[in-house]
Design a protein around this ligand. Structure first.
Ligand code: NAD
Ligand code: TYD
Length: 358
């Protein structure tokens, strides 16, 4: 039975990954989820698994060496899957410090604690110990020309404090692999969307605002391009890299789904119109009239696009959920989980930890 230490498992991608792993492996694995429960951490995302005997939650900051090394001392960890991070570009522009703290220093703590727990006297590592660092395509910067893609060999060129801090964390992981032969992989993924995404990010924000008849803010000219991947496909890719990837390698993960932000907004509005029954009063106010162009994000990257050729060739992973299907699944999930959105927007989700665990 393998034991996984998942960091940031109460966030968007981490919680989807935990659900994916339990659906796939059931009782064959054990998952310990360590999360500081910042504004982005929501234990309601994990209600369905919280009673599982093979799941446990530890509330701790990844920068806290004592708390993290205690987890490694108390459990024989086989796999680390490191999601925990500050993840929102707009917040990084307002307050960069916490991004460096969590993303860079927190990753260093994770690396050191895993190295200390796993390293043998001769400097080698036992078979089966693996650390996967979850990163982003934003470290590669911005593509200006049509037809260009990010490859694993593309030089890093981060522009926002968020992407710079992720680039810093990637470099630390690379340095541990090079210096200590530390058994790790890095994955750089494009923009994710799907259930449990915090409504500060484009897709859940647009769904939520449109349903409430609020303005839909479009930064700049709305023509910035992102490459959108359904989150479950990302979870599957992470598992495949950890089980089948070559150690020390980086794998790019992407959806082959490049769209301008304004196109995304039009698709969401149209899909909401199609999916809401005529009797639903919200249908009347869902219209392109809500679209509002606002001041552009500072340093706004123009285009991201991943070439997922390596992961396909070596591991056989490719995106399975096409955007038209993924956006319907996402909207359906938001329809069925209106309380989740209410709790997130009212702040009530932050009471959940106290109610459940204290
Ligand atoms: P998120 O913001 O939804 O979740 C982050 C989680 O980390 C939260 O549960 C939060 O409480 C936790 N956390 C934050 N600081 C912490 C700390 N100091 N100690 C412990 N836990 C802490 O983020 P997400 O969108 O799920 O992204 C997860 C990872 O995937 C990040 O590393 C991000 O860079 C990467 N990534 C995200 C995307 C995307 O589109 N969202 C794409 C590619 C890569
Ligand atoms: P976001 O979801 O914040 O992801 P990232 O910045 O990591 O790519 O933003 C996706 C795109 O949508 C990005 O080009 C910024 C844009 N955007 C808007 O136009 N309006 C918004 O309200 C938000 C949150 C983002």
């Amino acid at each position: 039975m393998k034991t996984y230490l998942v960091t940031g498992g109460a966030g968007f991608i981490g919680s989807n990954y935990i659900h994916y792993m339990f659906e796939k492996y059931g009782k064959e694995i054990r998952i310990i989820n360590v999360d500081a429960l910042t504004y982005a951490g929501n234990l309601e995302n994990l209600k369905a698994v919280e009673q599982y005997e093979n799941y446990s939650f530890v509330k701790a900051d990844i920068c806290d060496k004592v708390a993290i090394s205690k987890i490694f001392e108390e459990h024989d960890i086989d796999r680390v899957v490191h999601f925990a991070a500050e993840s929102h570009v707009d917040r990084s522009i307002r307050n960069p410090e916490v991004f460096v703290q969590t993303n860079v220093l927190g990753t260093l703590v994770m690396l050191n604690c895993a190295k200390t727990a796993w390293e043998l006297e001769d400097g080698s590592y036992p078979e089966g110990k693996r650390f996967l660092h979850v990163s982003t395509d934003e470290v590669y910067g911005s593509l200006e020309k049509e037809g260009e893609y990010f490859y694993e060999t593309t030089p890093y060129d981060p522009h926002s404090p968020y992407s710079a801090s992720k680039a810093g964390s990637d470099m630390l992981v690379k340095s541990y692999m090079d210096t200590y032969k530390f058994p790790a992989n890095i994955t750089n993924c494009s923009n994710n969307y799907g259930p449990y995404q915090f409504p500060e990010k484009l897709i859940p924000l647009i769904i939520n605002n449109a349903l409430q008849g609020k303005k839909l803010p479009v930064y700049g000219d709305g023509k910035n391009v992102r490459d959108w991947l359904y989150v479950k496909d990302h979870a599957k890719a992470i598992d495949m890299v950890q089980e089948q990837g070559r150690l020390f390698e980086t794998y790019n993960i992407g959806g082959h789904n490049e769209k301008q932000n304004i196109e995304i907004i039009h698709i969401i509005l149209q899909t909401l119109q199609e999916m809401l029954p005529d009797s639903d009063p919200r249908k009347a106010h869902i219209s392109t009239d809500l679209i509002t162009y606002v001041e552009d994000r500072k340093g706004h990257d123009r285009r991201y696009a991943i070439a997922p050729d390596k992961i396909k060739a070596e591991i056989g992973w490719e995106p399975e959920t096409m955007f038209q299907e993924g956006i319907k699944l996402t909207i359906k999930w938001f329809f069925e989980n209106e309380d989740w959105m209410k709790h997130v927007t009212s702040g009530d989700y932050q009471k959940y930890y106290n109610e459940m665990y204290q």
